[in-house]
Write a protein that binds this ligand. Structure first.
Ligand code: ATP
Length: 236
């Protein structure tokens, strides 16, 4: 397609101490594309997403988002991304509403207070607006993380097991939020361990094994059965 390049990763390497975690990743994602990232525990998926989110620095290679360098242009990159990760990055001592208002200010979101309320509604947390986030359940935290990630209308969503803790309605909700984001020509990279969801929610699937991309599949051309076989071969 001729959609603009959202993500450009070239020969990305990352080590912690002497331990290589990512051993040379090349990946391009265009605006409007959804990529699912699969792989065994410890394959390097979270590390890759954290580098894209400017939460970790590459050891070698380069990562660009819409032309900005993730290692250098941290301010610009942060505005372009919405991140849902294992850690919530929310403030436990603040209420749900205060958290969203804080992030709205941080991203200079116009009409931030209204937008915060709209998003609390959107994720079904309006009744909990005045409750401290420290008291939230896992699923409520995940809903609020989604609201925080989308509040500033990011171009790229980075989602690390974004369905963790969600009930059935929550799952339907986030699938809808993801669809709407893609319709606005946003792009997304998401990690999941559920092959069904990877296949159903993505345009492409990338399988990571021991810090390398072991396989790439087009979701439409890959049946769930084939994906299961490929996953078995790669992950073992
Ligand atoms: P999972 O499916 O379990 O979430 P993953 O594919 O997301 O796994 P990562 O979290 O990227 O895997 O971890 C890959 C490896 O990198 C692991 O062996 C982990 O111990 C190591 N690692 C990650 N972060 C650090 C760190 N800050 N310091 C040292 N080692 C780290």
């Amino acid at each position: 397609t001729s959609a603009p390049v959202a993500v450009e990763i070239q020969d990305l390497k990352k080590s912690y101490g002497f331990k290589p975690i990512l051993r040379g990743i090349d990946l391009q994602v265009r605006a409007g594309e959804r990529v699912a990232l699969l792989g065994a525990n410890g394959a390097g998926k979270t590390t890759l997403l954290r580098i894209l989110a400017c939460l970790a620095k590459p050891s070698a290679g380069s990562v660009h988002l819409y032309g900005w360098n993730c290692a250098r242009d941290v301010q610009e990159v942060r505005r372009l991304i919405g991140f849902v990760g294992h850690q919530s990055y929310l403030y436990e001592e603040l209420t749900a509403r205060e958290n969203l208002e804080f992030f709205a200010r941080m991203y200079s979101v116009p009409e931030g207070r209204e937008r915060a309320l709209t998003w609390l509604n959107r994720v079904g947390l309006e009744k909990y607006a005045r409750e401290r986030v420290g008291t939230f359940s896992r699923g409520q935290l995940q809903r609020l993380s989604w609201a925080r990630a989308l509040l500033h209308q990011p171009d790229l969503l980075l989602l690390d097991e974004p369905d963790t803790g969600l009930d059935q309605q929550g799952l339907v909700l986030i699938d809808k939020l993801l669809d709407e984001h893609i319709e606005r020509s946003g792009s997304a990279i998401f990690i999941t361990h559920q092959l069904e969801r990877a296949q159903a929610l993505s345009d492409r699937i990338v399988l990571l094994a021991r810090g390398r991309i072991a396989r790439r599949c087009e979701s439409e051309e890959t049946s769930l059965e084939t994906l299961r076989q490929v996953y078995q071969e790669v992950v073992g």
